[in-house]
Every structure is written in C-alpha cells, then in structure tokens.
Write a protein that binds this ligand. Structure first.
Ligand code: MN
Length: 327
C-alpha cells in the first residue's frame, strides 16, 4: 500500500450502523452495502488505492437526527460496535465517535467514554441538532470536553434546515437533488456552522479547541479575505482569519482539485490539511491518484497524507501506527 512510499491515512471515511439507519428509516441505496461492510468491499478498495488507514465515521445525519430520549443509549451501542470493528482490524481503522447531541450532558459523557475507554480520536457532528448549530450555549459543554480531552470535532455536512431547503432549493431539490446537498447546500450549511462557532465566542472560551472541516474547508479558505474585510467594517468582528487558521483543519474529502489545494496551502499552510476521500460517496482511487500526482514537495505530501493526522489525532503509538511500522 501507500502512495509514493508514504503511509496514507484517510480521515473522512463513512460507515453505517444497522440499528441507527433502521431507526432513521434510511432507504437502502447503491452505497448501502459498502457503508455496512468492513471486511471485503472496504478493505479491497482501500488496498487497491493504497490507503493504509481509514478513520471511520458514521454517515450523515447519524445521531444528530435522534431524539434526546433515544440517542444516549443508542450512542453507546453504536460506538461500542464501531470500537469492535477497530479492535478487529487495528492496523487499518481508527474512529470518530457519534454523539447524542440532543442530550448535551450525555454527549459529553459519551465523548469522554469514547476517547478514554474506546480509544476514539475525536467526534464527528453532522450539522443541525433539532434545528440548532453547535454554537448554542447548551452545546458548549461538548466543546469544553473536546478541548479537555485534546481531541478534534469534525463538522460534517447534513441537510440544510427545512426552511432553508424550501426557500433556497425548492423545486431544484427535486430536479437536481445534489444542488441542496454536496454540490452547494452542504457547503453553505457547514460553512455557516463553522462561522457561527467563530462568531459565538466559543473559541475564546475554549482557546485550544480543534475543529475539522472537510471538502477543502467548505469554501471558507477561498473566501477568508472577503470575510475578514467585511467583518472588519465597523469592527463587527476582528481576526476572523486568526480564529479560523488557529482552530481549524481542513481535509481533501471529495474535492481533488489542484486549484482548491493551492488556495488552502496559501491561506492555511500545509500543516492544516489532511487527506480524506469521503468513501464510499467518492472513489478511493480518484483520491489517491490525485494526491500521488499533485504538485507538492514530498515533505508537504507527507504532512497531508499522514503526519498531520498522526499529530492531530494522536495516532502515534496507536496499534495502527505500531503495526504499520512493524510491517
Ligand atoms: Mn462525508
């Protein structure tokens, strides 16, 4: 495996838990078999593309769509089952926790348990919980716990709020379903989530909190100068750039573009970019072929392919890295 002799860690790679998707009545799709598989389809496609380690996370909307009554107990079962998968393949997988955000106190306890007992590397949160973004005060204990545990929170897309969905996408959501999703709606939704966290003051309260955005930063790196200029008018908010570049990491999930990577390199630097595919929605081979040929110094390619993830997700000394080093 590997790309150009470098270990490949892909950090936004999804799976589906049968009990959770059953509860959500998620329709089966062409990707369901891949989302539910860990042994054959998944490892074959990883091997064929040179991907050594997937950091697994549940597919959207995950536990963010589950009520406070059901989510806490379900979260424990979902995370325990994912821990068993990692345990069975310790050289190939690591994991982000699913959190019962509708019950913030339970989400804090589950994050602590997932990190300290199950060895998870952080948590992924899919957009809104009952119509609310994470910047609302009731969720701040989750941010506090992530900071205290020194693990990142991955802000992942999910469907926009129903009112936004109707007003902005309307009939296009039927004629062009991806317009409201990966083509644009997800970017707008998740970029808004990140911006609200910055504007809320949460990053002053939790100055060591680390956040991850997929899809090359959900367009924020491209827009950061304009955002900073606009907020500076009348001193509405200063230092947007500083908050973004000190707290956020971005990944290449589903976005294998030289131009977008160059923008992220120029605005954030190579230390803040991590490789991801967004499997199975996106092809492993497309991702690894791109990162293999894209114009980068080998030093920066190594950072993006593995060393940034090893540092941020504290994979050093994990069974995955130990087994890889010995192989
Ligand atoms: Mn994804």
């Amino acid at each position: 495996m590997s790309v150009r002799g470098k270990i490949v860690i892909a950090v936004e790679e999804h799976y589906a838990d049968g009990e959770l998707t059953g509860l959500l009545r998620a329709p089966r799709t062409a990707l369901s078999d891949k989302l539910e598989d860990f042994v054959s389809l998944r490892l074959q496609e990883m091997d064929a593309a040179g991907i050594d380690i997937q950091v697994l996370s549940h597919a959207p909307p995950g536990l963010q769509a589950v009520s406070a009554v059901v989510a806490p107990d379900l979260a424990r079962r979902v995370n325990d089952r994912l821990a068993a998968v990692v345990e069975a393949h310790p050289a190939r997988f690591a994991a982000f926790a699913s959190l019962p955000t509708a019950a913030p106190g339970a989400a804090v306890r589950e994050l602590e348990r997932a990190v300290t007992v199950l060895g998870f590397r952080g948590a992924m949160i899919h957009g809104l919980t009952e119509g609310c973004f994470l910047d609302e005060r009731k969720f701040w204990p989750i941010l506090e716990a992530a900071e205290a545990l020194d693990v990142p929170i991955y802000l992942h897309p999910s469907d926009p709020h129903p009112a936004v969905f109707d007003a902005y996408f309307g009939s296009y959501a039927v004629s062009h379903p991806m317009f409201a999703r990966a083509a644009w709606g997800y970017t707008m939704e998740t970029g808004t989530h990140a911006m609200r966290l910055i504007l809320s003051g949460a990053l002053d309260a939790y100055p060591k909190l680390k956040l991850i955005l997929g899809h090359m930063g959900e367009a924020i790196p491209f827009l950061i100068s304009r955002i900073d200029e606009a907020f500076s008018r009348g001193n509405q908010f200063n230092d947007f750039r500083r908050y973004f570049t000190e707290h956020f990491y971005v990944t290449t999930s589903g976005f294998f573009s030289d131009a977008a990577l160059l923008c992220c390199l120029q605005e954030l630097g190579a230390d803040r970019i991590m490789f991801a595919v967004d499997w199975p929605y996106v092809s492993n081979r497309a991702g690894s072929k791109w990162i293999e040929r894209v114009s980068l110094s080998e030093h920066d390619r190594e950072k993006i392919l593995n060393s940034n993830a090893r540092r941020l997700l504290r994979l050093e000394g994990s069974r995955a890295m130990t087994q890889l080093a010995g192989s």
